[in-house]
Design a binder for this molecule. Sequence first.
Ligand code: 5GP
Ligand code: MN
Length: 336
Amino acid sequence: MISVPELKKLLSTPQQIVITTHHKPDGDAMGSSLGLYAYLIQKGHHVSLITPTDYPEFLHWLPNNSDVIIYTEQQEKSIALVNEAALIFCLDFNTLSRINELGEHIRNTTAVKLMIDHHLEPEDFDDYRHWDINACAAAQLVYDFIVNVMEEPEKVNKDVATCLYTGIMTDSGSFRFPSATSTVYRIAADLIDLGAEHWRIHQLVYDNVSENRLKFLGYCLSSKLEILREYNTAIISATKEELQQYAIVTGDTEGIVNYALSINGIKLAAFIIERTDRVKLSLRSTGDFPANEICKKYFQGGGHRNAAGGASDKGLQETIAEFKAILPEYKTQLLQ
Ligand code: 5GP
Ligand code: MN
């Protein structure tokens, strides 16, 4: 473990730094990572941001996005950067399996590993941890890290503010989840004062979808929605062929699960799709219902109580059947 004074000393001279975030990065993964990137480059560090995979187009406008290195596209360079780094920041994840092969390269380096995260049950691979499951976003913790740990509020410039606002906005469901506390609203207000154009950010993230995505959404809602009233559960699923038919790419499926959850009385929503490699599940729930428990227990995954994900090596229909078979176990909670 490294103490805050030791960390401050280390960061007071230029260092080789790698920032990384989880598989298929979302708005918080990219917002927190590029926010930290925009902070660290001001301090003269040599910083590389490596994502394990590609990420949605609607995040490509973020400041410094062109500097991002995608591991699956530049493996050798990524591994060399990890091996040369003195510090590695791990953002918005807390188990190395969430970053695929890159995780083992990081595990095996002697670099100082720093975790900034808000997920449950962190794995013990880090040397420094800024971790709080009550934070609405990793971006909120990056803000706290810069302002209260590093004590450099003056370094939250327009780029940092824009990225962190994006992470907070996306992970808090546009400030509507219980995690969006008054503290989060105060941080958002600070970020707006520091240059985050909240209306523009919202537009760039949410009013920026492809025609295919909108048509696919229409198809899912009209033809692929299954409502199980006896369990207050709704399922939307899609086969590989359906994804191909609408030319669905990374990011196009984001948020579709929320439409299923928006139906009155529905407590649990599942979006189950047949990706090229395996079947992926996205679960969302309301209130106290633990979506993450289902993902952890049955689908090699995890996440938060109300937003969780997992995967299955079985076929799509089999996975849907497996999911349905789990529901009786949770019937009391689902009908509460
Ligand atoms: P999504 O459904 O949008 O992919 O993910 C929702 C939440 O569940 C995110 O907070 C994400 O970190 C978590 N999550 C999604 N997939 C997985 C997974 O395969 N493993 C774990 N541990 N968490 C996941
Ligand atoms: Mn997050």
